[in-house]
Design a binder for this molecule. Structure first.
Ligand SMILES: NC(=O)c1ccc[n+]([C@@H]2O[C@H](COP(=O)([O-])OP(=O)(O)OC[C@H]3O[C@@H](n4cnc5c(N)ncnc54)[C@H](OP(=O)(O)O)[C@@H]3O)[C@@H](O)[C@H]2O)c1
Length: 322
């Protein structure tokens, strides 16, 4: 089978498109003929070795797959060949065949395209957890949204603007064309943080008042010094990623304003009622709402896709066509 093999941690040049043998499923496993693999920021972190260096090299990365079941193991009862499924796994989706435990496989709702399902399967669940499960966003609140045109960020924006009650969203991005997408989705204020200091811009917009009730920040880095200048006293600050780098945070600077700092990961939610509701919501959304179109790269361009994402040239969801 064709696969994108990563020779070592490091730059995208470490990818090789190779021909390797697929693995037959064990008793509790399923083999999927992969049509699309999803790309997320953690794929970049895995490749760079930011999340630890535990892989046996070389390996086939990739954490999201959509495809058709090819074979099932002898003890698998819930699936059969020919079904359309998605799988969220630790590695292996950047290949023609993925063999994965059956408990990590989910059916795709009738009538939903696989590449579009990948836009929502993880990112809308994360968005729902951020907005409701963790952020508990209230009617009328103003939200500062970093990476508003990104995979997770755009889901958050859609969720707030299509389901929220009178919420204002201040959307941040590094490119005007990405802010156009945010505007089209209903963002109330759109700021290009590469062209202007977003703190000064927000203060100018609101007569020097700190109006942000809650900031949703998947960036970290320098923004850790900035957000607190626009979050109101008693406001909330969700930190859910470190795209801009890991920086120390002066917690005491925030205690002065009683800002609640809320680090977030979806992992502890898995298995909880809050997570179950988020997944159910995502399923309802993909079958009833107008869905976004992903940007598609062929497997041969996996390096370019990751490089584009790493350097802020992508928007929405990126999928890899196998
Ligand atoms: N905690 C969790 O459980 C969880 C789960 C899923 C995802 N996440 C996090 O959610 C965040 C978004 O992930 P995603 O997959 O949806 O990625 P993404 O937002 O689609 O892509 C990354 C975007 O980050 C922005 N960015 C801001 N500062 C940047 C910098 N210094 N260098 C490069 N890009 C920068 C760029 O958008 P602009 O140019 O528009 O700013 C870029 O397009 C990540 O931090 C990820 O780790 C967390």
């Amino acid at each position: 089978m064709k696969a994108a093999l990563l020779l070592d941690y490091g730059p995208v040049e470490n990818f090789r498109i190779v021909d390797i043998a697929p693995r037959d499923p064990g008793p509790k496993e399923v083999m999927i003929k992969v049509q699309y693999a999803g790309l997320r920021w953690p794929d970049i972190m895995v490749r760079r070795g930011d999340l630890g260096r535990r892989h046996t090299k070389p390996w086939v990365p990739g954490m999201e797959a959509f495809g058709i079941i090819e074979k099932v193991g002898s003890e698998v009862k819930d699936f059969e060949p020919g079904q359309s499924v998605i799988s969220m796994i630790a590695e292996g989706s950047f290949a023609e065949y993925l063999t994965a435990p059956a408990n990590l496989i989910n059916k795709v709702p009738e009538g939903v395209r696989g590449d579009q399902m990948l836009c929502y399967a993880v990112n809308m669940v994360v968005a729902h957890l951020l907005v409701y499960g963790w952020g508990k966003i209230q009617p009328g609140e103003t939200i500062l949204l970093h990476t508003a045109a990104g995979g997770v960020g755009h889901m958050v924006l859609q969720l707030i603007k299509r389901r929220g009650t009178d919420n204002k969203v201040i959307a941040l991005s590094s490119r005007d064309e990405k802010l156009d997408l945010c505007r089209a989705e209903g963002a109330d204020y759109c700021i290009n943080y590469k062209k202007t200091d977003y703190v000064r811009e927000i203060l100018n917009l609101f007569e020097n008042k700190r109006v942000v009730d809650i900031s949703l920040n998947g960036v970290g880095g320098d923004t850790l010094k900035k957000d607190r200048q626009v979050i109101r006293p008693l406001g909330r600050w969700i930190l859910y990623g470190v795209i801009g780098g890991v920086q120390p945070l002066d917690v005491y600077a925030h205690s002065y304003d009683s800002i609640t700092i809320m680090p977030f990961s979806m992992i502890p939610f898995i298995g909880t009622e809050i997570h179950r509701k988020a997944v159910q919501f995502m399923h309802e959304w993909v079958t009833t709402e107008k869905l976004i179109e992903p940007t598609v790269y062929p497997l041969e361009e996996i390096g370019k896709a990751q490089d584009d994402m790493e350097h802020g040239r992508t928007s929405g969801k990126i999928v890899i066509k196998i």
